[in-house]
Design a protein around this ligand. Structure first.
Ligand code: ADP
Ligand code: TPW
Length: 578
């Protein structure tokens, strides 16, 4: 021991200190955030270790995009911002797709990335993983902040939480330079600097005259329709949304992630007569759904043009109104408050829509549903999308608490229409962008945040984007059953290289691939299923055991269509239509 140290007083009067690492952890925990999805490395490795040591759940991924997708899905499922933690430049960029996608979908999440030293970054002196991350993130999310001093960590986290959750939810970026983590300050002052965010998503009560305007329009409608979007699912006003639909007697259409808000077999569901109701309705009430491409922008043939439509739109974002067509009755507020106000204004004796309207829908529904039943009853060999999904549909019916994650093109479109959902927030999918790659990240988040069985129904191309995360699923022993709809390629497996060359066509994969072996490689269960019966057996077994499972569902490689149901958006088809 050195003379200097040995001559130091045995008891110093130094007060306990806290470092930046612990202030970040404590600030998150103070706000009820107990899970981090991320991927370690300089400068955040110790943060992941310390967070775990402090009792947080740290779910470590193989690629940041999937950690980011997990954070986004966790945000949607819990109404708390999901946290994605990454290293600087490349890790940050890998997480950015998920952050932008979350923002597009109105899911609350916070991407926290470590960053290099400001002085070096700003002079572009070539630091390790140098990048001006804050500037880049700003354009792709709802808000972006940087914290430079330990005493500001509490404010930084509070601002990030409030920005993610308030108003229209979305993604927030929080930049934490490496130096910040090692900064220390007086522990008591540190504790006092943290903020527990009060009322992070304040209710927004709609104006009474806007409520009256909406009710008047609805009352005068001959062929009213309600469209429920994922904003309504997020809002968790489940009982009131159901009461609104049932008391009004108005037929409704759920957008894909709003499926299950009311059970899909509800008699007022117009899903099986979708084109008919969109075309015929005279007054449409949008509840947390945007008139974007998924609803043909509210115009054109889909909407029965030139027949005029009038829209009521419930949304928390006033600037959403009139984005595509004129909205006759905007209702700005949170969905819970707006729906409650409508219910109060409707009273008990609301006149339900004329039988002429509801009967004509029922007639079309019956016809389409019996057509579908006949198709589902067929048992072709090899399986096609219908026969495989017919099997999965029955399993989901028996386990309505299971969460379905879904991506692909045909696999997405057919699952959405064939597999009924019975409970709110049980379906997670490619959302507003139609993005591939959300599969395993969403599945991990669904399992971690709910503990329920997860069934990920994946096109073989879609699965490839996040396939390595089956190791993550095995590592945390999550109750996830991945079903890969293997038709040997993107959309299908039959394209030919027009040049006659040796390379296969750009949409074709290795034929007869065994994705089930990937799960086996990490200790999970792999099953190759060639019939609906085998598929049912394997899926039931996976749900019963809770073990990570991957079912390679062998699908007829000729069964898919180009781009699934959005073929018309391909430039050649779009040009032909003009
Ligand atoms: P979908 O794809 O299901 O049609 P969108 O993502 O297009 O749904 O639309 C969701 C809408 O819901 C967004 O415009 C968003 O502003 C709105 N929204 C989200 N949360 C709430 C809420 N709590 N209250 C009111 N509107 C909300
Ligand atoms: C990030 C474009 C849309 S759907 C799809 C791709 C590549 C895959 C379709 O094949 P899959 O499904 O999954 O085998 P199926 O049932 O038709 O056989 N990159 C991103 N997002 C998108 N949407 C694409 C590419 C695409």
């Amino acid at each position: 021991m050195s003379a200097v140290l040995s001559s130091a007083p045995a008891q110093t009067s130094v007060r306990p200190q806290v470092d930046g690492f612990h202030l970040v952890i404590d600030a998150l925990k103070l706000n009820g955030i107990n899970t981090i999805f991320g991927l370690p490395g300089i400068p955040i490795t110790d943060l992941t270790r310390m967070a775990q040591a402090e009792g947080m759940r740290v779910i470590s991924f193989r690629h940041e995009q999937h950690a980011g997708n997990a954070a986004a899905a966790a945000g949607f499922l819990t109404q708390k911002p999901g946290i994605c933690l990454t290293v600087s430049a490349p890790g940050f960029l890998n997480g950015l797709t998920a952050l932008a996608n979350a923002t597009t979908n109105c899911f609350p999440m916070i991407l926290i990335s470590g960053s290099s030293e400001r002085e070096i970054v700003d002079l572009q002196q070539g630091d390790y993983e140098e990048m001006d991350q804050l500037a880049i993130a700003k354009t792709l999310c709802k808000a972006a902040y940087r914290v430079l001093h330990a005493q500001d960590i509490g404010v930084g986290i509070a601002r990030a939480i409030r920005a993610a959750l308030s108003g229209r939810p979305g993604g927030v970026y929080l930049d934490l330079p490496a130096k910040l983590f090692a900064q220390t300050m007086d522990a008591a002052a540190g504790k006092a600097s943290l903020i527990k965010v009060v009322d992070p998503a304040p209710r927004q009560i709609p104006a009474p005259d806007a409520v009256q305007r909406a009710l008047a329009l609805l009352k005068g409608a001959k062929r009213p329709l309600i469209v429920l979007g994922k904003g309504a699912a997020y809002a968790r006003a489940d009982a009131d949304v159901r009461a609104l639909v049932e008391r009004s007697g108005i037929p409704y259409l759920p957008m894909s992630m709003a499926k299950g808000l009311l059970p899909d077999n509800h008699e007022q569901s117009a899903s099986a007569a979708r084109s008919y109701v969109l075309e015929q309705a005279d007054v449409v009430m949008l509840v947390g759904a945007r008139l974007n491409w998924l609803l043909s922008h509210g115009k054109g043939k889909t909407w029965g043009a030139p027949n005029p439509k009038q829209f009521i739109q419930i949304d928390i974002a006033p600037t959403e109104i009139d984005s595509n067509v004129a909205i006759a009755a905007p209702l700005i507020g949170d969905i819970g408050s707006c729906v409650a106000a409508l219910l109060a204004g409707m009273g008990a004796n609301w006149a339900k829509p004329a039988a002429e309207w509801t009967d004509s829908i029922a007639e079309r529904k019956d016809k389409n549903l019996s057509k579908m039943a006949a198709t589902l009853a067929l048992n072709p060999s090899p399986m096609n999308f219908h026969s495989a999904l017919g099997a999965i549909r029955e399993v989901v019916k028996a386990r309505p608490d299971a969460i379905v994650v879904n991506e692909g093109a045909n696999t997405l479109d057919f699952t959405r229409s064939i597999v009924d959902m019975y409970e709110p927030r049980k379906r997670l999918d490619v959302g507003t962008w139609g993005i591939m790659g959300i599969g395993m990240g969403f599945a991990v988040a669904a399992a971690v945040t709910t503990g329920k069985p997860v069934i990920a129904i994946e096109g073989d191309s879609a699965f490839g984007f996040s396939g390595m995360e089956v190791e993550t699923i095995c590592r945390y022993n999550l109750p996830v059953c991945v079903i890969v709809f293997n038709n040997n390629g993107v959309y299908r497996g039959t394209d030919i290289n027009a040049s006659g060359g040796a390379d296969v066509a750009p949409t074709v994969f290795v034929k007869g691939a065994r994705y089930d072996k990937m799960m086996e490689a990490f200790g999970g269960v792999g099953v190759n299923a060639t019939t609906p019966k085998e598929l049912t057996l394997a899926l039931n077994e996976a749900i019963a055991s809770g073990r990570p499972t991957l079912i390679n569902a062998v699908i007829d490689e000729t069964a898919g269509t180009e781009s699934g149901r959005i073929t018309s958006l391909n430039p050649q088809s779009a040009a032909k239509k003009k």
